[in-house]
Ligand binder design. Structure first.
Ligand code: ZN
Length: 911
């Protein structure tokens, strides 16, 4: 007796996962597993109205069903196939690519696939696992290579490679007495999978170029969300163009993978002229296939498989989309089928593997043609449309026309279609209600159930991560249509209540979301995941590469995309946000723009901002990165000669320069590429989680600020209000152009300087103050309380009173952080910042020495600053009234002090 390996492995994997990722949510998993096990034994099966419970009869029922399914009844069809393919202008493979497709298999290719084998995956019928191949690689490599190359040369497959074991997984929420409600899962030997994997890698390189972008399945860099984006965008466009009668046909193909006719696929390969060796490889696989079913742990007798792409084989999805592409190309080229036109573009087909949607104007005539295409293709390739499950959504059609359409096609026109997991209707307004609201309702119910399971705190957090996040994230990534922040607060409330089991939260929600390395709990923040998803979408607007998407999504915009992103044109054109995606995306973009790009970014294209908007984007505008150059440390536009191909003429060049100057003065130009540009824009790998982590980091900066603020409050002896801190960031930090002064203030605030106490903790050194050598050298002692430091600040304080000629209270926050209020006259604020900065910089310069700076040194430093300030002022204005006002007291003081001995060359003169 055999055990049901696939199931057993799934359970093992689940246990493994629970151990690795969420060891504390065992209860939830135990519950899920129990449910699963109950489902996996097949006790009763209905055959022709009779319920059978005898194991033998159950096995027979399944075997009969699958024998019928995999039998090819279409015989001697070759001539028809050939005739069909001849009429379809099948593209031949370019010579160079043909060579690599047909090369003999190298050991390195085998190694690469073995490296990618997953360790935890189920073994094949022969029982060998991925780990086995990894361990035995050196011994197996050469024999494997020989076997594989022999197939390419002789077309002979080892007997064991022809066999598969099929296990059955019940479909959720279905009648499990019906044979058809079990999903077959094939297990193939790993050595076979390695072979097929090598052919798949080779074929993929060719298909990525030859298969139209409309097919999003199984090829790298293509995503399901692009299809949903397209469908929703088309509905949005049609809502605006009510003059266009149109429809969307959501095609359901009956077991499309299982019905594919081998002869058609092989003939197509011949037409493509794929080359002998590759053809031999595929032909060897698709000549003879056998399988046994495993039912309740027992193997059935063998059956033949004579059609369909091979389940569980890495090559099969590619072969499938390759075959389907013949149909899609035929539809694209059929003039009788009128796609949705936007300017010169026509939007007709979108596919995600066998999931097709066809969007058409002139519905009745177009559909007739489409059905004809299906029929012709279906007869030769084994493609069957299930008319009962195929649905139509119409736009701008009168009732009688709708009826006519229904009668002509025998396909139901409906209000609501589930397309790739998203409920779509003819009104995009419904997207939120039909998807977010219903999903959340389910989540809430689940959460209530889990709440009764008495899980641990960690278990509850892991449950949110494993069971709630994926559902919501799916919606975020596919339909980012949420406006405002209200809904996130509602969701957060439910999650928070679950996590704290209705009790008062002991840790702030925000801190729970922090990564574990920083002491957080990595609880997912749904709002940030949503924003991350949106920002990944905005990437399309920034990169300007995907013109088909941009033309459709921006069919009625008035300016270039970058004008909305960077020059705030949303305000000039309110209609921009009057679009299901644009409105929510621009909202999120503007919320995060300053964090992502504090200065004018390299990716910005000034010509996209300036250019006159056309319905179809034709031009490839250059970015600042391509237009600017750095000379003597300053960014400027490259000379006309170097970029004349990129601009129209001199005038254009001149305007460009003007725009750069404006961007430069408004926001400055960033020297280095931002993290956003590096990780998200110029990268395609795991960008969502990278984006989430960036947002999470920023979201938590506040927390760091708070914890530092608490330290300061403790030292100073009273609280500093949030508004005062804010003033520090917003105004005080800007008092000077000098970077080192700003840096000092930042370092003071974040308590950057390493004190004896800190060093003692780190290295076990003496923790006594370096100045007095008596007290513990804490941060506040080193900056304020130490007797020696106190004397220095007292000196500065006395001089300041002389300079300002009034008295004020000596407060540590004023001297150490520049936090002053009314005690210092407004006109003296800037001077006061310089004066205290000078003191702090001197202390920092003498940080580890036992000496303190003198008042003379302080005076000299301050004079230095005055001259520097004058210099920066002088560049801007010839006679700087403000400068005179701010420094007059100080110069008078210096003159009196020196009694003529200090000569203020140039300085006094400038006043
Ligand atoms: Zn001291």
């Amino acid at each position: 007796m055999l055990i049901n390996r696939e199931i057993e492995w799934k359970i093992k994997k689940l246990r493994q996962k629970s151990f690795e990722h969420a060891n504390k949510s065992g209860k939830l998993l135990a519950w899920q597993l129990k449910k699963r096990k109950e489902l996996n034994t097949i006790n009763k099966i209905e055959v022709e109205g009779e319920v059978k419970s005898n194991p033998k009869e159950i096995r027979k029922a399944f075997l009969d069903f699958y024998r019928g399914l995999y039998k090819n009844s279409e015989k001697n069809n070759l001539r028809k196939i050939e005739k069909y393919l001849k009429g379809k202008n099948i593209q031949k493979i370019p010579l160079l690519e043909k060579e690599s497709l047909n090369a003999l298999i190298e050991t390195d290719e085998i190694k690469e696939i073995i490296k990618d084998l997953k360790k935890g995956k189920a073994p094949g019928p022969d029982g060998f696992t991925g780990s086995y191949y990894k361990e035995m690689e050196t011994i197996l490599l050469i024999p494997l290579q020989e076997v594989m190359n022999n197939i390419l040369k002789e077309r002979e497959l080892p007997e064991t490679w022809k066999e598969a074991l099929i296990t059955l997984i019940p479909k959720q929420h279905s009648d499990l007495q019906q044979v058809k409600n079990y999903r077959p899962i094939s297990l193939l030997n790993l050595d076979y999978k390695i072979f097929a994997g090598i052919l798949a890698r080779r074929l993929k390189k060719i298909l990525i170029k030859s298969i139209h972008k409309d097919q999003a399945g199984f090829l790298p860099g293509r995503y399901m969300k692009d299809n949903i984006r397209n469908v929703v965008n088309i509905i949005e466009y049609l809502s605006d163009r009510c003059d266009k009668q149109a429809m969307l046909l959501f095609v359901d193909a009956e077991k499309a993978f299982d019905n594919l006719i081998w002869d058609f696929m092989l003939k197509q390969l011949e037409f493509m002229e794929v080359g002998t060796k590759f053809y031999n490889g595929v032909k060897a696989i698709y000549t003879e296939q056998k399988a046994k079913l495993i039912i309740n742990g027992v193997e059935t007798s063998e059956m033949r498989i004579a059609k369909g792409t091979r389940q569980g084989c890495p090559l099969s999805p590619l072969l499938f989309i390759m075959v389907l592409e013949v149909l899609l190309n035929s539809i694209r080229g059929n003039r009788g089928i009128k796609g949705i036109s936007v300017g010169q573009n026509e939007y007709k087909t979108k596919a995600f593997a066998d999931d097709l949607v066809i969007t058409m104007e002139d519905p009745i005539n177009s559909t007739k043609e489409v059905l004809e295409e299906f029929d012709q293709f279906g007869k030769v390739a084994g493609f069957k449309v299930n008319k009962k499950k195929t649905k139509i959504i119409v736009k701008n059609m009168e009732t009688d026309k709708v009826e006519e359409l229904q009668n002509a096609t025998e396909i139901e026109v409906t209000r609501k279609v589930k397309y790739l997991g998203i409920w779509v209707t003819s009104k995009n307004m419904d997207l939120f209600k039909n998807n977010y609201e219903t999903t959340w309702k389910g989540v809430k119910k689940d959460i209530e159930t889990w709440g009764r399971l008495k899980m641990s705190f960690w278990g509850r957090i892991a449950t949110i991560k494993m069971s709630v996040l994926p559902k919501m994230l799916f919606l975020f990534q596919n339909i980012p249509v949420i406006r405002g922040l209200k809904i996130f607060k509602e969701w957060q409330k439910v999650i928070s209540k679950f996590i704290w089991q209705g009790k008062k939260p002991r840790i702030q929600f925000k801190l729970l979301t922090d990564v574990k390395e920083r002491g957080g709990f990595a609880l997912p923040d749904l709002k940030l995941y949503y924003e991350a998803s949106c920002l990944c979408w905005v990437k399309t607007w920034i990169k300007l590469e995907d013109k088909e998407v941009l033309d459709l999504e921006g069919f009625n915009t008035r300016f270039g995309w970058h004008a909305y992103l960077w020059h705030g044109k949303r305000k000039a054109h309110r209609g921009f946000e009057n679009h299901i995606f644009r409105g929510s995306l621009i909202e999120v973009w503007e919320r995060n723009k300053d964090l992502l790009e504090p200065k004018t970014p390299h990716w910005l294209s000034p010509l996209e901002v300036m250019s006159v908007k056309k319905i179809n984007m034709g031009d490839n505008w250059p970015t600042y990165e391509q237009l600017l150059t750095k000379e003597e440390g300053k960014w400027k536009l490259k000379p006309y000669d170097q970029i004349k191909e990129k601009v129209y003429d001199w005038l254009h060049y001149f305007q460009l320069n003007g725009m750069f100057r404006k961007d430069f003065t408004d926001k400055g130009y960033t020297d280095k590429e931002s993290r956003f540009q590096i990780e998200i824009l110029n990268n395609n790998h795991r960008i969502l989680s990278k984006m989430y982590n960036q947002l999470l980091g920023w979201n938590l900066i506040d927390e760091e600020v708070k914890s530092v603020a608490i330290h300061w409050a403790r030292d100073i002896g009273h609280n500093i209000y949030a508004e005062e801190w804010e003033k520090l960031w917003k105004t005080h930090l800007k008092f000077t152009a000098c970077v080192s002064l700003k840096e000092n203030l930042m370092k003071m605030f974040y308590r950057w300087y390493l004190t004896p106490v800190k060093l003692a903790k780190m290295y076990g050194t003496c923790n006594k103050c370096w100045k007095c050598r008596e007290r513990e050298g804490s941060f506040f002692h080193m900056w304020w309380e130490c007797q020696k430091v106190k004397e220095f600040w007292e000196g500065v304080y006395n001089e300041l009173k002389k300079i300002l000629r009034y008295t004020f209270v000596k407060k540590p926050e004023a001297f150490l952080l520049g936090l002053v209020g009314r005690e210092i006259k407004k006109k003296d604020h800037r001077f006061f910042q310089y004066a205290t900065s000078a003191g702090r910089i001197l202390i920092a310069q003498n940080w580890k020495s036992e000496n303190m700076p003198t008042i003379e040194e302080w005076r000299a430093k301050l004079l230095e600053y005055a001259e520097m300030d004058k210099m920066t002022g002088k560049i801007r204005y010839s006679k700087d009234q403000r400068f005179i006002e701010e420094w007059e007291n100080f110069t008078n003081y210096l003159e009196n002090l020196s009694e003529g001995q200090i000569t203020l060359v140039g300085f006094k003169g400038a006043l």
